[in-house]
Design a protein. Structure first.
Ligand SMILES: [Zn+2]
Length: 161
């Protein structure tokens, strides 16, 4: 069982913290890697837990079977042209909106096109729904970790509003 997520340790609470935590793509990847493999990298193919090689910042290579694992593979952040900093910024805005945030608001807040803003919100919503379904079928995947993290973050933020 995973430990409870802790505010200020597992997710930022203040906007100042948020900006400090996620200044660039590298910081976002480091964070997502920790979220995905809290106890260190485990190969999704051979299940060996060992220090992987790093091909690029986002691509890890299993030292046992040489499987290439991407930190974002299988998540809503995979194969997207939107920077991770923007994705997390959208999550930040979503966490305070109890009844959801509009694509228009996101567009203005993070400076993307309306279409991109809409798509990001849509992807987050799909991840939420998928996570609910997974809970029923018993499988745990990265998006679920992400959603769990997001919900814990949202809970603290709406409480302190
Ligand atoms: Zn492996």
């Amino acid at each position: 069982m995973l430990k409870e997520l802790e505010s200020g340790v597992d997710y930022p609470q203040l906007y100042r913290e948020f900006v400090e935590w996620f200044p660039d793509n590298k910081a976002c990847l480091d964070y997502l890697e920790k979220l995905r493999w809290p106890n260190g990298f485990t190969c999704p193919v051979c299940n060996v837990s060992a220090q992987p090689w790093r091909q690029t910042r986002s691509r890890l290579v299993c030292s046992s079977c040489h499987h290439q694992a991407s930190i974002t593979s299988g998540t809503i952040f995979d194969k997207t042209h939107v920077p991770l900093t923007t994705w997390l910024e959208v999550a930040w805005h979503m966490t305070t909106a109890k009844n959801g945030v509009s694509a228009k608001t996101v567009q203005r807040a993070v400076g993307t096109s309306y279409r991109t803003a809409w798509k990001m919100l849509h992807q987050y919503r799909i991840a939420m729904v998928r996570s609910e379904r997974k809970k029923l079928s018993g499988t745990v995947e990265i998006d679920e970790t992400l959603v769990r993290w997001y919900r814990a973050w949202q809970k603290t933020r709406t409480r302190n509003k």
